[in-house]
Write a protein that binds this ligand. Structure first.
Ligand code: PLP
Length: 440
């Protein structure tokens, strides 16, 4: 064995012994060890320690939007860290990158969203939104308004509040004991939403939370009028609308924010991931000017909610540079154009391969569903096998099997070119073909 092989083997053993991976089968990790120990990344590509190169067809976790290896972001981080990495934003302390980023993202967002609360990620952003909504109603003299309505197949994160708002069953069953006052309706069923509100009592509902495109749940794109109807229901019953733009924010769907496709403006908008393209941890909630004013007018004391890293100077400096890159390189438009190409090509795969039953997507979020020749679900699902075949051929995608789905999803970086998109399609088609031939 070469020294490099010895080093890799040692790391694999250390990984098994000491590294408890997020969202991973511990058994599989213990038996097989890490499939890839990534070492470098450039553009849409990742390379592991063994020299294997893969297309990062998921932008890692839907977040590396400007691609890997961007020196500009490394420079922005270094420069800010050397000057001032971190200082408190509690009380009336502040810092320049946090101020400028708050200004920048509220300029990009629809006009009524004027103020930002920063967090370190998406779960914290969603928890913040639930707490702000409930606090808001307390201040407004409606303490009974504390219920949050979410949707089946939704994913809002893994902190206690965010898991309690998550509709994907596996995550809910992880501990079973969850936070109270979260309720669920089937996604896209506004009749069921109205019935739930009436059954619970409209005066007890604080907010509805929804992803513009359900991501981890299998890339479910809402019908054209769905969110307008949801917003009308919110207005009718005086309920706040919180949108979770953790995946869809900052260009992924071909617009700056996913809700722009539906012409709906929320009262609060949660974001994370794409704000820094995953280079450092950052998230937050934008709130409307009206909520901001009410919180100011009605509150007599301190807003007792704040994370140590709320408004982290270095993270915000990276966020600013990342947005500059998205603007300069026209990546929102590229996401739209490449997204159209991707969807069209996936439709072509569907026409070629019998086991593909449906294709959907918006911008650079896309999905394919699978069924057997009798239009019945495969047992076991085929998507994990397709995922493995695709990885062998050099493509990372994601298999979704939660909530009885059998789906492959894709979300490549927004910098992807036409030719690179074709490469993804080619590999995916081959992977599906291999699996289909083994199942028929
Ligand atoms: N909301 C959505 C829509 C997400 O997709 C995610 C993560 O994938 C989260 C929230 C949670 O974000 P984080 O993992 O940064 O806490």
């Amino acid at each position: 064995m070469t020294k490099k092989q010895v080093d890799i083997q040692r790391l694999e053993e250390l990984d098994k012994k000491h590294f408890l991976h997020p969202t991973t089968s511990i058994k599989e990790q213990q038996e097989a060890g890490p499939a890839f120990i990534f070492q470098t990344g450039k553009g849409i590509y990742l390379e592991d320690m063994k020299g294997t190169t893969l297309i990062d067809g998921m932008s890692s976790l839907w977040n590396v939007n400007v691609g890997h290896g961007r020196e500009e972001l490394a420079d922005a981080a270094k420069e800010q860290m050397a000057k001032l990495a971190f200082t408190s934003c509690f009380s009336t302390f502040s810092n320049e990158p946090a101020i400028l980023l708050a200004k920048k993202i509220t300029d990009l967002a629809p006009a009524p969203l004027t103020a930002v609360f920063f967090t370190s990620g998406g779960s914290e952003a969603n928890d913040t939104a639930y707490k702000l909504a409930r606090h808001y109603w307390l201040l407004k003299g409606q303490p009974e308004r504390k219920k949050i309505i979410s949707r089946t197949k939704s994913y809002h994160g893994v902190s206690m509040g965010a898991t309690s708002a998550t509709g994907l069953q596996g995550f809910r069953e992880f501990t079973k004991s969850l936070a109270p006052d979260f309720h669920f309706v089937d996604h896209f069923d506004t009749g069921a939403l109205r019935r739930l509100i009436e059954a619970e009592g409209p005066e007890t509902i604080a907010a509805i939370i929804a992803e513009p495109v359900q991501g981890a749940g299998g890339v479910h794109v809402a019908p054209k009028d769905y969110f307008k109807e949801v917003k009308d229901i919110c207005t009718q019953y005086g309920i706040l609308l919180i949108t979770d733009e953790v995946i869809t924010g900052f260009g992924r769907t071909g617009k700056w924010f996913g809700m722009e496709h539906y012409g709906v403006i929320p009262d609060m908008m949660c974001f994370a991931k794409g704000i820094t393209s995953g280079y450092v941890q950052l998230g937050g909630v934008m709130i409307s000017e009206q909520i901001h004013n009410d919180l100011k007018e009605l509150s007599s004391g301190t807003l007792l909610h704040g994370y140590t890293y709320s408004g982290h100077a270095m993270a915000c400096a990276v966020g600013l540079k990342n947005i500059e890159l998205i603007e300069k390189e026209n990546l929102v438009e590229n996401a739209r154009a490449r997204g159209e190409q991707l969807l069209k090509s996936l439709e072509w795969i569907k026409s070629e391969r019998k086991i593909v039953s449906a294709v959907r997507g918006l911008g650079l979020m896309a999905a394919l569903d699978f069924v057997d020749q009798n239009q019945q679900p495969f047992q076991p699902p085929v998507s994990p096998f397709i995922f493995k075949e695709a990885a062998k051929l050099g493509l990372i995608c994601r298999a979704v099997t939660l909530n009885a789905q059998d789906t492959i999803v894709l979300a490549p970086p927004l910098i992807i070119s036409k030719e690179e998109t074709e490469k993804i399609i080619h590999i995916l088609k081959e992977a599906i073909k291999t699996v289909e031939l083994n199942y028929y």
